[in-house]
Unconditional design. Structure first.
Length: 131
């Protein structure tokens, strides 16, 4: 059985009270199709503050260099900017549209989220285009 001191990694602050964000890290679609990914931010005790989302292209997973969205993909996120208050859950959708002529393969995106005075995070999204 773990000792109580091992349950909370930050002394004096429980990670159960901190805001958290969840989003899908991959999707698969065919050329010409559109898919949506869910993004949820649970503010818990953090906030109020402005939340801003951005999606940019990446050469590969974990690449820090921001590139334009790959040609043949249209990516949007709605809402991408909003005020967030404590004890709320906010939902957004990332919409990815593959043009009809897009070649099959893996395409990478970087999802960037900022919650004013709380956190800045980023994660990679793999978009797999299949025949």
């Amino acid at each position: 059985t773990p000792m109580p001191s091992q349950l909370s990694p930050v002394p004096g602050r429980s990670h159960f009270t901190e805001a958290r964000i969840k989003f899908d890290h991959s999707t698969e679609l065919k050329a010409g199709e559109t898919k949506s990914l869910d993004v949820n931010i649970e503010t818990r005790e953090d906030g109020p503050g402005l939340v801003t989302y951005r999606v940019v292209g990446a050469a590969k997973e974990y690449s820090e260099e921001e590139l334009p969205i790959p040609q043949g993909l249209e990516v949007s996120i709605m809402p991408d900017r909003f005020a967030a208050n404590p004890q709320n859950i906010y939902e957004s959708k990332i919409t990815i549209k593959a043009s009809p002529g897009l070649a099959p393969g893996e395409y990478w995106l970087i999802f960037k989220a900022e919650f004013e005075n709380v956190f800045q995070v980023k994660g990679w999204i793999k978009v797999t285009v299949v025949r």
